[in-house]
Design a protein around this ligand. Structure first.
Ligand SMILES: [Zn+2]
Length: 839
């Protein structure tokens, strides 16, 4: 600490002209040897270093983009020549015009290409355990800030580098703390027993079209509202037993709606990365491997549909900052692009095995970072021209009246308003009709992006060799927002004379003794939960007539005090109907006390579920193994939710032994091992028998089916012809049940597993209701994405509710709140929670 304080004081005292020569290296400034084995700088140190660089160098400007989930400052460092940074406003204006060239003449465009600079956006360390780039960024920035050679100076004249050393500061801090704590123990460099993003862990790189997390929102704003870069590199690390680095070109498949010049920019840069690595005698460089060019969930992936050339690099990992030794026989291919580990045209110089350290990771990353800067500088005018061409082509893809309409009058008005606001947050231009309909014109720079997100996906069945096998999806294969959000958005001609769209203010209740909230929108839960903290509410368990209007089962009535409390959480589009009084025929509703199970094998679905519950005001309490095993759960909880976790992990804390990649499962400290074991299973059984409600999501349903011997089984567990990859399916809903109140007859559910239920009639001691079923005709099942063997899932149950002892069990066999991207099916989950307090 002392070293740093002195260094800062010294820097501030220096005159501007003397500065460049005295910019300290990160190791000098931090007093630690950056990049050395077992040495890592944490995020706060990194930020302090960049602030010092900013103070010392006219080539570096630090900009705080916003606060992270846990309250850290998320920052970007703009690094360029002094002249460019001084001219930043004008350069940003040029980037904006290149990204949206509507109205520019050819001559004006050429002038902008002549004057503009390439904006190169580089994000590091989104996956917090992939620590190398966060450390490399400091060394690289120092080198750029102090370079006096003509080559580097020219690069900084041609390019404005926008460098984000970590876009997951909270996780970077968690990981470095965990690492330091375990240094010198048998757990050194091992994984953490919790998520490295407070809510979403590794899925923080799956959030880039839905924008649910603060970090995603802040970075998206910097990219699509402020800087409009033409090139974006996201630096990652991968497993440690294959190639040393992946650089683009990507592997198959490719989305045909992305402009081919994206791939030409990307491939040119990737080729130079590989070229420079090989020149520096770095072996193990691969392209055309694993990572595809099709799925829009990741950082720079989303950008492809917004005309940005997005690149990925993945360097082999060590054990965090601890070197690993990989035996030659342990080296293996990764499937797509490298089946067997050995020389190929895309991998001409395999790494032979040996020791691999943090320094190696940083060296590889530094070379590719310099290489992309080099290509962007060499190709400055080309890259600006290409960006312009992509934007123009996107606009020209559609006719002037091609548009989507989000009708004002629809089942879930609040959900529709949310979709419009999300598109606007993405930088999409919207229009408003006098009747409240929202129009999304397609002839705009982000038109292809709009089309991608509003239209069903049909996964391209790309084959690498003749035969039956296709290239399987990397992640999910569907992202059709209207289906996932349960709202209507349809193609319709763009009317003339529309006004620009503006976000509607939250709709709040006005004067009334009581208000009715009809069921079916997830947004009502937010209001009901807030209302329950300020007043009283009742829920209609059957249709009820109030004030000459018949309200369906599931309608919640808030008294004036509750409505006042709820107003603070109001969203646009929510409809409040004033009624004379809360009908006494309705059942008193109280806030469910929700426990959420959390295994020590960190579960992203646990995090997402917690996030969704918190967003909607359910205030879940985390239940670890020990707490469940202790029993007596009814005293504290009405409902216990098991997120999508396999039955093996729930029972024992470990994955199934024969699951390919998990052949060896490294130890964690004793307090983080084990699962529910026998006592935990007995405690859950006791909980439900005494009146509690158990809600199981996706894979965890198999745990309850086994442990409670339910008259249900997974009818797809032996269907070998069936396969699915994160797709959207049609399900037919029984709408008169507390779990499904207000849902339409037909819903779109998100499914990523071979899981659908067969049930048998139980004995008289048990009730069971099938709540949702896949259509009988197999061709009707798939709405968006990719599935093989739909016959196997047709007619099977998607959701089942059971009475069990004095309690209830709800099995949701699909992903009701998948990555917080499926609000259309949140009501199943919320309904189950409210049901837990029913009489
Ligand atoms: Zn990663």
């Amino acid at each position: 600490m002392k070293t740093r304080a002195l260094a800062v004081a010294a820097l501030v005292a220096l005159s501007a002209t003397a500065r460049a020569a005295t910019v300290p290296s990160p190791s000098e400034f931090l007093g630690v040897k950056v990049g050395a084995d077992r040495t890592v700088a944490d995020y706060r140190q990194i930020l302090s270093y960049f602030k010092a660089l900013d103070a010392a160098s006219p080539r570096v400007e630090v900009e705080i983009l916003g606060r992270t989930t846990l309250g850290e400052d998320l920052f970007l460092a703009a690094i360029s020549s002094e002249a460019n940074l001084a001219n930043r406003k004008r350069l940003q204006e040029i980037a904006r015009k290149i990204a949206d060239p509507r109205g520019l003449t050819e001559a004006e465009a050429e002038t902008l290409v002549g004057e503009g600079k390439v904006f190169l956006f580089i994000t590091c360390n989104i996956h917090a355990s992939e620590i190398g780039a966060s450390q490399m960024a400091m060394e690289w920035a120092h080198a750029l800030a102090t370079a006096q050679d003509a080559v580097t100076k020219r690069r900084l004249d041609e390019v404005v580098l926008l460098l984000l050393p970590s876009i997951n500061p909270d996780g970077q801090i968690m990981e470095t703390e965990w690492y330091r704590k375990n240094l010198g123990t048998r757990y050194e460099g091992g994984r953490m027993p919790w998520l490295y993003h407070h809510y979403v862990g590794h899925d923080n790189n799956r959030d880039w079209f839905m924008l649910t997390q603060k970090e995603t929102q802040a970075v998206s704003r910097a990219v699509y509202q402020e800087w409009l870069p033409q090139v974006w590199l996201d630096e990652h690390q991968m497993g440690g037993t294959g190639p040393r680095i992946f650089v683009p070109p990507y592997s198959e498949p490719v989305d045909p709606d992305i402009h081919p010049l994206v791939w030409r920019d990307v491939n040119l840069i990737g080729a130079n990365m590989a070229f420079r690595l090989e020149q520096a005698q770095k072996s193990g460089v691969i392209y055309g491997y694993v990572f595809d060019a099709y799925w829009p969930g990741g950082t720079k992936n989303t950008a492809w549909w917004k005309n940005i050339s997005g690149l990925l690099t993945e360097v082999a990992s060590a054990r965090f900052a601890t070197p690993v030794r990989i035996e030659p026989n342990e080296l293996s291919g990764g499937g797509k692009g490298l089946v067997e580990y050995g020389p190929q045209t895309n991998f001409p110089n395999p790494w032979p095995g040996g020791t691999w350290s943090l320094r190696d990771i940083m060296d590889y990353e530094r070379i590719v970072s310099d290489a992309i800067l080099e290509t962007c500088a060499e190709r400055r005018a080309d890259f600006l021209r290409n960006a312009l061409a992509r934007a123009r082509a996107a606009i020209a893809t559609y006719g002037a009246t091609d548009a989507f309409r989000i009708p004002a009058g629809q089942r879930d008005v609040a959900g529709a308003a949310r979709l419009a606001a999300l598109l606007a947050e993405h930088g999409v231009e919207l229009k408003a009709a006098p009747n409240g309909d929202v129009y999304v014109p397609l002839a705009q720079p982000y038109g292809r992006f709009v089309s991608e997100l509003l239209t069903p996906q049909r996964y391209p069945e790309t084959k690498l060799v003749p035969g039956k096998d296709i290239v399987r999806p990397y992640d999910v294969s569907a992202w059709t927002l209207p289906l996932m959000m349960g709202v209507t958005a349809e193609r319709a001609p763009l009317p003339a004379a529309l006004a620009p769209w503006e976000a509607a203010p939250p709709s709040v209740p006005v004067d009334g003794a009581a208000f009715a909230l009809a069921p079916g929108s997830p947004e009502t839960a937010r209001l009901v939960n807030a209302g329950l903290r300020g007043g009283t509410a009742r829920i209609a368990r059957a249709a009820v007539a109030v004030g000459g209007h018949e309200w369906p089962a599931g309608t919640v009535f808030l008294d004036a005090a509750a409505a006042k409390a709820a107003a603070a959480k109001a969203v646009p589009g929510q409809s409040w109907t004033a009624v004379g009084s809360v009908p006494s025929a309705a059942e008193p509703l109280r806030a469910p006390r929700v426990g959420l199970y959390k295994p020590w094998m960190a579960s992203m679905d646990e995090g997402w579920t917690r996030f969704v519950f918190e967003q909607y005001g359910f205030e879940p309490k985390t239940l670890d193994n020990k707490t469940v095993r202790a029993g007596g759960l009814n005293a504290a909880f009405d409902a216990i939710v098991l997120p999508d976790v396999t039955k093996e992990v729930i029972a024992t804390g470990k994955p199934k032994r024969d699951e390919g990649a998990m052949r060896y499962f490294p130890e964690l400290p004793a307090e983080y091992t084990g699962g529910l074991e026998k006592e935990g299973a007995a405690a859950l059984k006791d909980f439900v028998e005494k009146g509690g409600t158990l809600v199981a999501l996706s894979s965890s349903t198999e745990y309850l089916i086994d442990e409670l011997a339910l008259p249900v089984r997974n009818g797809l567990s032996r269907a070998s012809e069936f396969a699915i990859a994160g797709s959207i399916l049609r399900a037919e809903v029984v709408p008169d049940h507390p779990v499904t109140y207000g849902l339409p007859r037909e819903v779109a559910v998100f499914q990523d597993d071979a899981l659908a239920f067969d049930t048998v009639p139980p004995g008289p001691e048990m009730e069971r209701r099938v709540l949702a079923t896949y259509p009988a005709a197999s061709q009707d099942v798939l709405l968006s994405g990719w599935m093989r063997g739909p016959e196997a899932i047709a007619r099977k149950a998607a959701a089942v509710a059971l009475g069990y002892g004095k309690g209830k069990v709800v099995l949701l066999g699909f992903r009701a709140q998948h990555r917080a991207q499926t609000p259309g099916t949140f009501p199943f989950l919320f309904g189950a929670l409210y049901w837990s307090t029913a009489k």
